[in-house]
Design a protein around this ligand. Structure first.
Ligand code: CP
Length: 330
């Protein structure tokens, strides 16, 4: 357990965390879930405030963070750049320095800016300016809170040998060009934790090479198995989890991507034909919101193999663990 080392830490990239630190967060998440189920209060952030800045829409993240802070005895504030002085060109540095004087943590969601990496640069600038922890609730590079909830769900569903089970993170068809934050963060987590991950995507949907380089290097030490295949049917064979997620290509403009991806509409919508190739007890995962009958057929997301609502619930428990471990003093 490395609880002290987590105090005051930003949670922006899983690349800055060790295997032991991620395992500590997961252990505390499972404990907090048990405590909530037994009606045990855990107000370790009493009188503490989290400022949440949402530059993009959210259902799960906003609601679960607010509930997390309430359950920990504190409070979460909801802000958008449109109603902050950012709208009048106040800098992100000044914003971070001022929030730092009022609250004990800053959470930010920001993606889809003009260029890949711009949102991460803003998060990094804020983290440097503020002494309090800054939390990444999805930027253009990673979705670390989502992946912690996904890992917790895998532990619960796959049992003690969960690291050896075949997890397929599959690109899926969508009309919207989405962030690659989920597959990129999963590759980092899988490499650190020694997991068995297959990334499946059509040609031209490679994720950020910096993430693959990090994952492949770490995998050499951790014993993780990180495979890449361009055929979703091959990937589905003997899978224990099929996780569907659409993301955009780094090799094409948004308009070219929307045209190019149409050829993948049928094969890359997760359906019974994929689960027929998977292991018998295989689970379906999706971070939600799902584009139903584009990314995944209703028969799957509403079927017995779907664990998507457990995944969504685990956002609450893992967020509570990370907030408590980093914002708690003393
Ligand atoms: N999965 C996720 O981050 O959901 P929201 O966009 O609704 O917050």
């Amino acid at each position: 357990m490395l609880t002290k080392k987590l105090r005051g830490r930003d949670f922006i990239s899983l690349m800055n965390y060790s295997r032991e630190e991620l395992e500590t967060i997961l252990d505390v998440s499972l404990d907090l879930k048990r405590k909530l189920a037994m009606g045990e209060e855990c107000e370790v952030l009493k009188n503490k405030t989290l400022a949440m800045v949402f530059a993009n829409p959210s259902t799960r993240t906003r609601t679960s963070f607010e509930a997390a802070m309430t359950q920990l005895g504190g409070h979460a504030q909801f802000h958008t750049p449109q109603v902050m002085q950012i709208a009048h060109h106040e800098t992100w540095i000044d914003t971070a320095k001022v929030l730092d004087r009022y609250v004990e943590g800053i959470m930010i969601r920001m993606y889809g800016l003009e260029k890949y990496g711009m949102a991460r640069d803003i998060l990094s600038v804020m983290a440097d300016a503020a002494e309090i922890p800054v939390f990444n609730a999805l930027d253009d590079k990673e979705h670390p809170f989502q992946i912690m909830a996904d890992l917790m769900t895998m532990i619960e569903k796959l049992g003690p040998n969960w690291r050896e089970k075949k997890i397929v993170m599959s690109w899926a068809y969508s009309e919207r060009v989405k962030s690659a934050g989920v597959p990129q963060t999963m590759a980092i987590a899988a490499s650190l934790l020694g997991m068995n991950l297959t990334l499946a995507y059509p040609k031209k949907y490679d994720v950020d090479p910096d993430y693959m380089a990090f994952a492949n290097k770490v995998a050499e030490e951790s014993g993780a198995k990180i495979d890449v295949v361009n055929d979703v049917f091959e990937a589905s064979k003997s899978a224990d989890v099929i996780y569907a997620k659409s993301w955009g290509s780094f090799m094409m403009s948004k308009e070219e991507d929307q045209e190019y991806r149409k050829q993948f509409k049928d094969n890359w919508c997760i359906a019974k034909k994929h689960f027929d190739l998977a292991n018998k007890q295989a689970s379906f995962m999706h971070c939600l919101p799902a584009d139903r009958n584009l990314e995944v057929k209703d028969e799957i997301i509403d079927g017995p193999m779907s664990v998507v609502y457990d995944q969504a619930e685990n956002r609450l428990h893992t967020e509570k663990a990370i907030l408590a471990l980093s914002m708690r003093q003393g």
